[in-house]
Design a protein around this ligand. Structure first.
Ligand code: FAD
Length: 459
């Protein structure tokens, strides 16, 4: 017998649960289907455990630097990986349990555990159960992609999920992929005490950022003893008596690195291949991302796609914002659009990189007259006082409209300080407005008006 609902939500990641809350509060009968862990990637294998581990790594790093601050710590710093892991597990488990409790208390919500698959444009199967609803919301997220690199099947490799199960220190961690996820794990494990090599096939790390950002990030990592191998044109894997040999380069440098452990961090793919989308005619792009319009509706009436699986964002805040857009349009009579969202994100190495809007290179490609200003963190009082002066702040503005087009703050509290700029951009205020704010001293944010005051024509 088919069970009928007003709405079905597939996936309990960052958009599904709050949407279930809003729809049930509006009086709808809703089914929420989850095949694995409530809270999805962020809570269980993404942001929350990684940022908790990064906090442990930062504590170890600061302890090693204690003498620089006049604080003597006796003997070598020891990191107990079992306790480090337990701390991260607790943070994730608490968040997941709280979410489950909240969902279980929602009137009108039926929670179903299992894998969902479309059987018709308004019908979804979960095991033996058939569910039907006029509105279906897909929030299935993504997973680590494992590319078809030579020898990858002959070795044990880690992904962002399996590495979280480690409770011992790898002797040598080889991280394949020099982008956001890989670099966070690289620095974290280096600070825990492992040898770390980052292998990146492109000419520089985090290649979508400006070259000066990539270069500064590389220096931050190599200063801590992380080996970085870019232009790794021949990545491949072979079992080795000491672990795994990772082929790097066929032309120059050491041709391979031997790691006791290898982390594959070479991108993500959407969980859309086993959803039965083709039976309903839902369009996906070549990489499997579900096509959506500006309101996040798919090409099939009554079906929406939210979060990482629609390719319009790859972050917790973008997935949550997808929920806000859909809920506002369906329940509040609004017409919110995903294209109104200003892209912003952070890379949580230490110091972090906060980013908003366009990079300098992207802005330059627009062909408009630009203003650019850059200030090293060595000229930021708070950073000097805290002994954390790596990185820089950079802001790009349109010379004519005086709108800020983008910014990067690579440095102490860069992830937080950036919000002053994000808020200005969101309010569509011209940059001179921010110059008249009176920021608190001593903060990193207090230098933002100064950086704006130094904007110069870009050449
Ligand atoms: C290591 C790592 C670190 C990260 N750090 C950050 C960070 O610091 N900040 C940030 O903003 N983002 C970060 N992210 C990204 C962030 O985790 C994701 O963008 C976010 O979780 C996406 O949410 P979502 O709701 O789209 O999907 P998910 O959170 O992936 O949720 C999708 C859910 O759907 C379920 N599902 C899938 N298919 C089905 C099916 N057929 N039937 C039933 N259920 C199904 C899955 O089990 C999952 O629970 C990180 C990601 C990783 C991997």
């Amino acid at each position: 017998m088919t069970e009928t609902f007003d709405a079905i939500i597939i996936g309990a990641g960052q958009a599904g649960p709050p949407l279930a809350g809003r729809l049930t509060a509006a009086g709808m009968k809703v089914a929420l289907i989850e095949r694995k862990l409530f809270g999805g990637t962020c809570v269980n294998t993404g942001c929350m455990p990684t940022k908790t581990l990064i906090a442990s790594a930062y504590a170890a790093h600061l302890a090693r630097r204690g003498a620089e601050y006049g604080v003597d710590v006796e003997g070598p710093i020891k990191v107990d990986m079992k306790r480090v892991k337990a701390r991260a597990d607790t943070v994730s488990t608490n968040a997941r349990t709280n979410l489950e409790k909240w969902l279980n208390g929602l009137d009108g919500l039926t929670i179903i555990e299992g894998h969902a698959r479309f059987e018709g444009r308004d019908v979804v199967r979960v095991g033996e159960r058939l569910l039907k609803a006029p509105r279906i919301f897909i929030n299935v997220g993504g997973r680590a992609s494992v590319p078809d690199m030579p020898g990858v099947d002959t070795v044990d490799y880690l992904t962002n999920t399996s590495i979280l199960r480690l409770d011992t220190l790898p002797r040598h961690l080889v991280v394949v992929g020099g982008s956001y996820i890989g670099l966070e794990f690289a620095q974290m494990y280096r600070r825990f005490g492992a040898e770390v090599t980052v292998v990146e096939k492109g000419p520089r790390l985090i290649a979508r950022e400006d070259e000066d950002v990539s270069e500064a990030v590389r220096n931050i990592l190599t200063d801590e003893g992380i080996m970085v191998r870019t232009n790794a044109t021949c990545i491949g894997f072979k079992p080795h008596p000491n672990g795994v040999a990772v082929d790097i380069d066929c032309t120059s440098g050491e041709p391979f690195a031997v790691g006791s452990h290898v982390l594959l961090a070479v991108g993500r793919r959407p969980n859309t291949d086993d959803l039965g989308l083709d039976t309903v005619g839902i369009m996906v792009d070549a990489r499997g991302y579900i096509g959506v319009d500006d309101s996040l509706a798919t090409n099939v009436h009554g079906i929406w796609a939210l979060g990482d699986c629609n390719g319009r964002g790859a972050f917790t805040h973008t997935s949550y914002n997808d929920y806000e857009i859909v809920a506002a349009n369906l329940l509040d009579g609004k017409s919110r659009r995903v294209s109104d969202r200003i892209p912003a994100y952070a890379l949580y190495i230490d110091p972090p990189l906060g980013r908003v809007g366009m990079s300098e290179a992207e802005a330059a490609r627009m062909g408009r007259d630009l203003l650019v200003s850059k200030r090293p963190m060595t000229r930021v009082g708070r950073a000097i006082e805290k002994g954390e002066t790596k990185g820089f702040m950079k802001i790009v503005a349109d010379a004519e409209t005086k709108q800020i087009l983008g910014a990067a703050i690579l440095g102490l509290n860069g992830d937080e300080a950036l919000h002053g700029i994000l808020d200005m951009m969101n309010a569509k205020a011209a940059y001179p407005v921010l110059q008249w704010a009176v920021p608190i001293h001593p903060t990193v944010s207090e230098l933002i008006p100064t950086v704006l005051g130094d904007l110069k024509p870009f050449n």
